[in-house]
Write a protein that binds this ligand. Structure first.
Ligand SMILES: *[C@@H]1O[C@H](CO)[C@@H](O)[C@H](O)[C@H]1NC(C)=O
Ligand SMILES: *[C@@H]1O[C@H](CO)[C@@H](O)[C@H](O)[C@H]1NC(C)=O
Ligand SMILES: *[C@@H]1O[C@H](CO)[C@@H](O)[C@H](O)[C@H]1NC(C)=O
Ligand SMILES: *[C@@H]1O[C@H](CO)[C@@H](O)[C@H](O)[C@H]1NC(C)=O
Ligand SMILES: *[C@@H]1O[C@H](CO)[C@@H](O)[C@H](O)[C@H]1NC(C)=O
Ligand SMILES: *[C@@H]1O[C@H](CO)[C@@H](O)[C@H](O)[C@H]1NC(C)=O
Length: 422
């Protein structure tokens, strides 16, 4: 468990990426139709993990009067596949409201808020930048100084896809607002510079929503003000629109039947991890898939990442023509002429809080991510794995969330699913 958890922290957390350029590629979380890349805005070394993990259980028992839930509209980072969403948060530091807006991926797979700062010039050209000098409420963190965090990417042949993607940051705190809910003194990381591929993101930063984010995180700040410790995601396809995050509750207008909850594992270190008793493809399974495993649910992930033996077994049940693409470590593909007709409905069997098995299902429509940039006759498929990717539990992202309204209940440490249909 130790090993698995450590790797989850490295790889499972954060915004994973899918992008379309040939190597060298990985863009942080930028979704483009074809090539794989995988990045996690997570520190690579334990030291900086704990630095930001100022965990604090004994929140004030004396709750203030509750504040009401709020909806935040989300934009779909579309570009051909529909697997990543982001929305706005506002700072209180500029006179002009539009300059206060930062777009972030609300990421259940990480626990920090990262926003580019005005020092980040060359590598943050597309992003809005935070200017501490314009804010009367900004408090610099003088303890940690400037430091660098490294991230994981799958677009690399090394074990576990480790590669030198990094951001250099300073830490500070300021007032932040999202969906009209305001928290003062939210601590965040201000990006000073970043590896070039990060700069192509169509959004500015990332707001982590793991269950144990620090007391000074935006979400914990809302909880201390009395907001219920729960949120709901409606991650609809581009064609449907109205994607939305609800902070402090769920939006009942987005679903019609009852939510089924699965408890989180006890030792998940704040990640949204449940047990899974098996994976099946079109109702069939095989020894490598019919096993007890854990699965990590991550709104910052676009595709699904599987341990290698599981990916091989799963694809064997879909089509032997699906093979790793040697040009893109971690990505698999099939001649585009063969992909359209393939049935590939993938069930993950979870156990509900009442002990009853239920499935969450990625439908066949998600299998095909479209042609690779480097090879227009080869289409990428949604499950990724690469040699060395053995011990990390499956990481499930946008291709599942598109088909469910999900409830992230960090008070009761459970995640709820209710199917939505279009
Ligand atoms: C710019 O860099 C300086 C020196 O490292 C730092 O003190 C300051 O906070 C940075 N400003 C921003 C906006 O990140
Ligand atoms: C914000 O928190 C820092 C320590 O984390 C503290 O020094 C500062 O006084 C706080 N500022 C406000 C406005 O509460
Ligand atoms: C940021 O800039 C510093 C100084 O030029 C450099 O050492 C560092 O590698 C850069 N970091 C990134 C992530 O580009
Ligand atoms: C997950 O599975 C492990 C191993 O079977 C078990 O000990 C644990 O209680 C399970 N946790 C949940 C939340 O079901
Ligand atoms: C879950 O999926 C498996 C494999 O397709 C199937 O055998 C099982 O009946 C399903 N369970 C439920 C509760 O639907
Ligand atoms: C493109 O993919 C096809 C189908 O797998 C393969 O036969 C061909 O060699 C690939 N072409 C290039 C340039 O990689």
């Amino acid at each position: 468990m130790q090993l698995i958890l450590q790797l989850v922290l490295l790889i499972g957390a954060g915004a994973f990426t899918l992008e379309a350029k040939p190597l060298p590629l990985p863009l942080n979380s930028l979704i483009k139709p074809t090539t794989l890349s995988l990045t996690s805005r997570k520190p690579q070394d334990g030291a900086s993990v704990s630095r930001h993990r100022r965990r604090h259980i004994s929140r004030s028992l004396k709750r203030k009067r509750g504040i009401s839930p709020a909806n935040i509209p989300l934009e779909d980072n579309f570009l051909g596949t529909d697997l990543e969403w982001f929305g706005s948060i506002q700072g209180k530091f500029h006179p002009a409201p539009s300059e206060n807006d930062f777009t972030v991926v609300f990421d259940t797979g990480s626990d920090e808020l990262l926003i580019p700062g005005t020092n980040c010039t060359d590598s943050c050209q597309r992003q809005n930048k935070f200017d501490p000098s314009k804010s009367s409420t900004f408090t610099p963190d003088t303890v940690d100084g400037i430091f660098t965090e490294s991230f994981i990417t799958g677009g690399d042949a090394s074990p576990y896809g480790l590669k030198d993607w990094s951001v250099t940051v300073v830490q500070g705190s300021d007032t932040m607002t999202a969906g009209g809910l305001t928290v003062s003194n939210v601590s965040f990381l201000i990006i000073q510079n970043q590896s070039q591929p990060f700069s192509e993101d169509p959004y500015d930063g990332i707001l982590g929503l793991s269950t144990d984010s620090s007391e000074t995180s935006f979400f914990q700040g809302l909880i201390s003000q009395g907001l219920p410790p729960i949120y709901g995601f409606f991650l609809s396809p581009h064609s449907i629109g109205n994607a939305e995050l609800t902070l402090g509750g769920v939006d009942p207008s987005k679903f019609t039947s009852q939510t089924t909850f699965a408890p989180l594992v006890a030792d998940g270190a704040g990640a949204w991890i449940t047990n899974c008793s098996g994976i099946a493809v079109n109702g069939q399974t095989s020894p490598a898939l019919a096993v007890d495993t854990e699965v990590l649910f991550d709104t910052g992930t676009t595709n699904v990442f599987l341990p290698l033996l599981m990916a091989e077994a799963l694809y064997a049940l879909i089509s032997p023509a699906i093979q790793p693409n040697p040009a893109e470590a971690g990505a698999w593909g099939i001649p585009c002429s063969l992909v359209a007709s393939l049935p590939a409905s993938v069930d993950f069997t979870l156990r509900s809080s009442d002990g009853i098995p239920f499935n969450v299902t990625i439908p066949s429509s998600e299998l095909n991510l479209g042609p690779f940039d480097g090879n227009s006759s080869l289409c990428q498929t949604v499950f990724n794995s690469w040699p060395g990717y053995f011990t990390i539990p499956p990481i499930i992202g946008g291709s599942l969330f598109k088909h469910y309204y999900t409830t992230w209940d960090s008070g009761n440490l459970q995640i709820g699913f209710v199917p939505v249909s279009w």
